[in-house]
Write a protein that binds this ligand. Structure first.
Ligand code: MG
Length: 382
């Protein structure tokens, strides 16, 4: 998006949000408001950002991540501040420019791209919300008139423009304006209305910060969409040669007994995925009573569990399998097991751990009557 620049206007001195720090520097979820605003544009793919600051705040900007950001000192009005940023960009003019209030840190990707998309057809575009409440005029606590709301909109930002057009409009404009749409319209530009969002609030009053914190927490919860599961399985030794363990046939003088190939490690891992999805266990999806699964290769089960996870919007974050046995020795095969499991699950081997322990010759695993396996998985919502 090198041909699109975004101007973040933060040179104002709003103090209605509470005493002390100016609102664009106040902490929101532990970071300055402006840090959130800059990140919102970076997430939308914009890498040419101009931050317009009060001259007294230029040093404070060093506390922000300024990758791709040019800081410009603002003027004594919003209009003058935007003009300063446009002039700074004019040395190497972008095709489009988005102009955004720094105090709107919750602007979303769809709102930003909605404006950019509209600019393919229009010289100017900006998000807004239709007014749904009835509107009154009032004086000294008394309603003096009702105002028809038809066609009324609440203006938001970012307001987007063809760069050359808005630069010319600003250069021609006399005095101040409440926003850049006003300046664009004064210059005769048609401004398309795009879809705004209730969440794209302009932090103004102390209660706005509380609301923004709640919205950010909810978004974070959405981003932290993870599910954990565990699995445990045991198979006993019986006559045979070699044991299937985590997708690898490990040489041994005995084999593991079971309905399928008795890959105890893969079964534990498969159950951990079903568990993370709250979808029961292998027995529920592949009943042992059904003869078609007799002697089945366990990768059928594991692949089914991974596909079920994928269908529900999850991928493997990581998984960890522990085999409990005295023999065979697992260490020499651990890497091959990791790669085999990763191949079946369609993920990088670095997301898969296979390790082993003995049980100090105690219990059934210590007496080499069988092998136990435990598995943990983390599924990440995509
Ligand atoms: Mg089993």
């Amino acid at each position: 998006m090198g041909d699109i620049a975004a101007i973040i206007v933060a040179a104002g001195r709003g103090t209605r949000a509470g005493a002390g720090l100016h609102k664009q520097w106040r902490p929101l979820a532990g970071r300055p408001v402006l840090a959130h605003t800059l990140d919102a544009f970076r997430r939308a793919g914009l890498d040419r950002l101009v931050l317009v600051l009060h001259p007294d705040d230029m040093a404070r900007a060093e506390t922000l991540d300024l990758a791709g950001v040019t800081c410009v000192a603002g003027g004594d009005s919003r209009t003058a501040s935007v003009r300063a940023a446009l002039e700074a960009l004019s040395a190497s003019p972008p095709k489009l420019v988005l102009i955004h209030d720094g105090a709107r840190p919750l602007v979303s990707g769809p709102e930003i791209t909605g404006v950019i998309t509209a600019l393919a057809q229009a010289q100017a575009a900006a998000p807004a919300l239709p007014v749904v409440d009835a509107l009154w005029r009032g004086t000294e606590g008394t309603v003096t008139d009702t105002v028809p709301r038809e066609g009324l909109h609440r203006a938001q930002t970012p307001q987007g423009f063809a760069f050359d057009a808005i630069l010319a409009a600003h250069r021609a404009h006399q005095g101040t304006a409440s926003d850049d749409v006003e300046i664009a319209r004064a210059a005769g530009l048609a401004v398309a209305i795009t879809e705004g969002s209730e969440d794209n609030l302009k932090l103004t009053h102390p209660e706005d910060f509380a609301r923004a914190e709640r919205l950010l927490a909810a978004r974070q919860e959405g981003a932290m969409n993870i599910r954990l599961g565990n699995g445990y399985d045991v198979h006993r030794f019986g006559p045979g040669e070699g044991c299937w363990l985590c997708g690898v046939l490990v040489p041994h003088e005995r084999a593991l007994m079971g309905h399928s190939d008795a890959d105890v490690g893969m079964h534990a891992l498969t159950d951990s995925i079903y568990g993370a999805l709250a979808q029961g266990d292998i027995g529920r999806h592949f009943p042992p009573s059904d003869p078609q699964w007799k002697g089945a290769a366990s990768h059928i089960f594991l692949r089914h569990a991974v596909e079920l996870a994928r269908a529900r919007g999850y991928r493997i974050g990581n998984c960890d399998v522990t085999l409990v046995c005295e023999r065979p020795k697992i260490g020499p095969h651990a890497v091959a097991m990791q790669e085999a499991l990763a191949g079946i699950m369609g993920c990088e081997a670095g997301r898969v751990s296979v390790k082993a322990t003995t049980s100090e010759r105690l219990g059934f695993t210590g007496r080499e009557e069988g092998i136990a396996a435990l598995a943990t998985v983390c599924l990440i919502g995509v």
